[in-house]
Design a protein around this ligand. Structure first.
Ligand code: SAM
Length: 342
């Protein structure tokens, strides 16, 4: 197993299949126009699957399809099947905004997708219009239900909590999960100052502590669910009636020490940290004839030198504001969360 300078294994790879998205969430893509990756730079399914096989040969066991919005990539079940066919892959998941999920959930399940996470920041359609510039809230809910019907159990729901925007909906979202009969579990994510979050400010971050205090006022004692995957970002909690939910405290209590994740952009740039300024270009060697062994050597060399603790380092920034302003994002779109894959 390949380990970095902090003994973190190369365990999990997030594969962004497109930088395009059909939402404009204010915490991720708040601008009106973007510089997109050139079409010819986007990896084909064969190229993506080949890189995935090389990563798996070095110890990766968990793959997650993401984007942008992964379901905007035509024929995603075909890529899913190619990845599911890699024998050592133990977990194959996808993060989606759910808009296009209902018609594809069954095909994705059949293709071998194991788990689905759907972003659901609000239960109020009018709020989604403001938060994500979309009036398709009903499609997201239909997507969640279709995923459950297709056998994804439970469907995880990601909610980015922003003060003054949706922090009054935490209990409603827990109730939504509960009403789905335990078939959906919400995970509240602290608002992060990732590239793309140009409107970020510390004042808008609702901390894990505040979330737990607010939910305890409503539900009484909340207990931590012990155990689970040490490298997984969400901490899970249980209400007295057994309902569970998660919190990803990536801003106030980052978990860099256990981070085994890296990210491959749709154009084949590999980022070893969500906050990293530079990535490793895998497309160029891939397209100029590198062997699997040469690609594996490049990946190994990069990983064993990895020192990144991006989220922890952000904690020590005195005047913390947005990571990048818009000009810096335009200069290199790979700095965007929607390009490197959430
Ligand atoms: N389009 C898909 C979706 O909406 O789930 C996948 C890509 S999206 C970038 C992946 C995840 O990143 C989402 O769950 C989203 O909530 C999260 N995310 C994006 N910007 C964030 C921010 N500033 N803080 C915390 N989470 C963020």
């Amino acid at each position: 197993m390949v380990r970095d300078t902090l003994a973190r294994p190369l365990g999990s790879l997030r594969i962004s299949v497109t930088d395009r998205c059909n939402l404009r969430c204010r915490y991720c893509m708040p601008e009106h126009d973007y510089i997109w990756l050139p079409r010819e730079s986007i990896l084909t399914f064969e190229e993506t699957a080949r890189l995935a096989r090389v990563f798996v040969s070095l110890g990766v066991t968990k793959l997650r399809l993401t984007g942008g919005e992964p379901l905007l990539r035509h024929d995603l079940p075909t890529l899913t099947a190619m990845l599911a066919a890699i024998p050592e892959v133990q977990d194959l998941a996808m993060t989606t905004n759910g808009l296009l999920l209902a018609p594809q959930a069954g095909a994705l399940r059949l293709a071998g997708l194991r788990r689905v996470t759907v972003s659901l920041d609000t239960l109020r359609p009018e709020r989604m219009r403001e938060l994500a510039r979309s009036d398709r809230h009903a499609d997201v809910v239909a997507g969640i239900r279709a995923a459950r019907a297709a056998g994804f159990a439970p469907v995880k729901l990601n909610t980015v909590v922003i003060r003054g925007v949706n922090d009054d909906e935490l209990a409603d979202l827990v109730e939504f999960g509960r009403a789905e009969g335990g078939g959906a579990e919400v995970r509240f994510i602290e608002y992060m100052d990732v590239g793309g979050a140009t409107g970020w400010s510390a004042a808008q971050v609702v901390s894990r502590r505040e979330m737990l205090e607010g939910l305890a006022r409503r539900y009484g004692a909340i207990e931590a669910v012990l155990g689970g995957d040490g490298a997984a970002p969400a901490e899970r909690f249980r209400l007295s009636d057994g309902t569970t939910f998660g919190i990803i405290a990536s801003t106030t209590a980052p978990f860099c020490r256990a981070c085994d994740r890296s990210r491959l952009t749709a154009d084949g740039t590999w980022f070893l940290c969500l906050y990293a300024a530079q990535g490793v270009d895998l497309r160029e060697p891939l397209r100029s004839g590198a062997s699997d062994g040469e690609l594996a050597a490049l990946i190994t060399r990069s990983w064993i030198a990895r020192t990144d603790r991006g989220a922890e380092e952000r904690l020590s920034v005195a005047q913390r504001g947005a990571l990048y302003q818009i000009d810096a994002l335009r200069a290199d779109p790979r700095r965007e969360m929607h390009t490197r894959g959430g």
